[in-house]
Ligand binder design. Structure first.
Ligand SMILES: *Cc1c(COP(=O)(O)O)cnc(C)c1O
Length: 395
């Protein structure tokens, strides 16, 4: 349990003031839940009234090690005493250590550090272009790769994409997900890379058929096309292995990471295998691989190892999906997932579930209109899972 908050007695006034300031001073881009959150521990978050919620959103697959994991918090505190920021014109020990750790968990050769998922995708697209000398991309329908102009140009959802057209890369071909033949047809002499999420997150927790990624790998090898995996959402134990690529036994040429990488601290990275690399001056980021982010990411990797969170993700996921499936309700189309990346597809829009569950102390996310996306911290307990399933059933 999270200790009680102390603070102004008039919590309603505090709540109103936060909402008012946000509506006045923040660009209104988010459809926010009526919640002002102030604390978190493990799989729980607390609002300013002291009400607790089991967090099945986890910052959208960010807080894999749980909120405010003590190892991560201590590492950030210790690093903050030493050095907050230093330019990539210099070396730091912590960045070198994290690079080694990331190469070890990804099985890739080298990494580049940045600050977010979209930025990792931008870097991957630049890398693919510079390495291949080609400029076009093949991406999947229902894909999501981020909100910057480059990442948007390989993101499929029209609501995100259309208002900002034309894209920087007008040369993206979208193909149906989980159908390798369409990729073969879409690759042209100018295709730099095929870009795929190994499981689509935003698109509705879509799991490809087991052979899909292998077939895509073969097609890319035959045609000399680079394969980029966007593991921003699927990474760091989310699906039960360090990365989702392991679930399918397929190695990409380049992979994007962000979300859970820093245990809650903002960071992004891309990794590439073999000789695939930027050379001097081809890419840069002021904050990329900064000391605080690196300290947080190293600590988060350590926590995943120490607490066997990969195993826990698989076990919890199996338990969670088993309970969800045993509900056996007619309005549930399908329960699907790997590890603790779970989608519950409902026959109708699921936003009402989100409101109901919030009242009963569970935070849920609804994506693609009718899919409840359950991506709780990997440290969630079986008791908490039981509560979540109860609340979903009541909803
Ligand atoms: C969230 C997400 C991104 C974008 O990450 P940001 O940090 O929000 O830029 C890219 N790809 C996938 C698969 C994501 O889930």
């Amino acid at each position: 349990m999270i200790e009680d908050i102390t603070g102004p007695q008039d919590l309603q006034a505090m709540y109103d003031s936060v909402i008012e300031k946000d509506s006045k001073y923040v660009m209104q881009t988010y459809g926010r839940q009526p919640l002002v959150l102030s604390k978190g521990r493990g799989a729980l978050v607390q609002d300013i009234y002291g009400k607790e919620y089991i967090d099945c959103v986890a910052g959208i697959a960010v807080n894999n090690v749980g909120h405010c994991h003590p190892t991560v918090v201590r590492a950030i505190q210790a690093q903050a005493e030493k050095l907050l920021h230093v330019s990539n014109l210099y070396y730091t020990e912590i960045q070198a250590e994290l690079a080694e750790a990331l190469v070890s968990v990804t099985g890739m050769e080298r990494v580049f550090f940045c600050n977010s998922g979209a930025e990792a995708m931008e870097g991957a697209m630049k890398l693919a272009r510079i390495v291949s000398g080609k400029s076009a991309f093949v991406a999947a329908e229902h894909s999501f790769h981020g909100r910057t102009i480059g990442a948007l140009s390989v993101t499929h959802k029209s609501m995100y994409r259309d208002p900002f057209m034309p894209p920087v890369s007008s040369e993206t071909t979208f193909v149906p997900y989980s159908d390798a033949n369409t990729i073969r047809q879409a690759i042209s002499g100018n295709t730099a890379a095929v870009i795929l999420e190994p499981i689509q997150g935003e698109g509705g927790v879509n799991i490809p058929n087991p052979e899909y990624l292998k077939e895509v790998r073969e097609i890319c090898d035959e045609t000399g096309t680079l394969l980029i995996f966007d593991e921003v959402q699927t990474g760091f134990g989310r699906t039960g292995t360090w990365f989702c690529k392991e679930q399918f036994g397929v190695e990409p040429d380049v992979m994007c990471m962000a979300k859970a990488i820093g245990g809650g601290f903002p960071m992004g990275a891309l990794a590439a295998r073999g000789e695939i690399s930027f050379s001097r001056g081809q890419h840069a980021s002021t904050f990329g691989g900064g000391p605080l982010a690196c300290a947080a990411a190293l600590a988060s990797i350590e926590a995943i190892k120490e607490e066997s969170l990969l195993k826990r993700s698989t076990e919890n996921g199996t338990y969670f999906m088993g309970k969800l499936r045993s509900m056996d309700r007619e309005d549930i189309v399908e329960v699907r997932g790997k590890g603790l990346m779970i989608g519950v597809e409902i026959k109708y829009p699921c936003s009402k579930f989100v409101d109901f569950a919030r009242e009963y102390g569970v935070l849920l996310n609804c994506t693609s209109d009718s899919v409840l996306r359950l991506v709780p911290p990997l440290v969630i307990t079986k008791d908490q899972i039981d509560t979540v399933v109860d609340v979903i059933e009541q909803a």
